[in-house]
Design a protein around this ligand. Structure first.
Ligand SMILES: Nc1ncnc2c1ncn2[C@@H]1O[C@H](COP(=O)(O)OP(=O)(O)OP(=O)(O)O)[C@@H](O)[C@H]1O
Ligand SMILES: [Mg+2]
Length: 223
């Protein structure tokens, strides 16, 4: 089993009291699986996914267990989670299009991201270019600023960045919601290609759009 979540309970601690955002959440994701995660706005989808990768205040861990490939993730300890982030578990955040540093060229940003994890950029350049091909982006984007890319291009670039270290689990949070229908379909298909090429081994795909889940998901979890 790739991911096993048992009785995960996470609250938000606010000055007005606590928000019981997740209560006893239990599910699992198998290797090679795309699990669709759907549910009405505010039901806790983003909270669930953030709990698995960066559980920071005002979020508060109340209980439960998360296992990735048989290893328990110390989700309550942000520092201890550092070695898992990006390497073993990675996220394409909701509003990822705005996640790139506007004053860095994309190539430089990619290099800094890899070097922060102790990985050499130049040794991996061929693979980076291959992945740009998979998502249908020209290699020229490495020499461009994020502002020079369209929304859909930025989305695909963030997909490449999030999966550079072949994480076991990739979380895609509403990555198609801000795109037109044709780009939605293209981005969803590229995600499937990424999985098939081994750029990640399983995916949690969050969306409001059940029809996309019908096309790409192996299982669906409704919150
Ligand atoms: N920083 C915060 N402080 C307090 N409550 C929060 C905070 N962030 C989220 N919440 C609450 O937690 C609940 C779950 O929010 P979450 O963002 O996980 O929903 P979601 O399912 O991702 O919604 P959407 O589909 O709109 O993205 C909501 O009731 C929200 O008000
Ligand atoms: Mg959300």
């Amino acid at each position: 089993m790739a991911l096993k979540v048992e009785n995960l309970t996470v609250y938000y601690q606010t000055t007005k009291g606590s928000v019981q955002a997740l209560e006893d959440v239990t599910f699992s994701v198998q290797p090679g699986e795309i699990m669709g995660l759907a549910g009405e706005s505010g039901c806790g989808k983003t909270t669930l996914c953030h709990s698995l990768i960066f559980l920071n205040p005002p979020m508060k861990y109340m209980g439960g267990r998360v296992e990735l490939n048989g290893i328990e993730l110390p989700i309550w300890n942000s520092e201890a989670m550092d070695k898992f982030r990006f390497r073993d578990i990675s996220i394409i955040p909701q509003y990822a299009m705005n996640a790139m540093n506007p004053i860095r060229k994309i190539g430089l940003m990619t290099r800094e991201l890899l070097e922060a994890k102790g990985v050499n950029y130049h040794n991996n350049l061929a693979e980076i270019k291959h992945r740009l091909d998979v998502v249908n982006l020209s290699h020229d984007v490495l020499d461009m600023y994020p502002i020079e890319l369209s929304g859909g291009m930025k989305q695909r670039m963030v997909m490449v960045l999030s999966t550079l270290l072949n994480p076991s689990l990739l979380i895609a949070d509403e990555i198609t919601s801000a795109l037109d229908v044709a780009s939605q379909k293209a981005v969803a298909e590229m995600l499937v290609n990424f999985l098939q090429e081994g750029c990640c081994s399983s995916v949690i795909f969050i969306t409001h759009d059940i029809s996309i889940l019908y096309q790409i998901a192996n299982t669906i979890l409704i919150m």
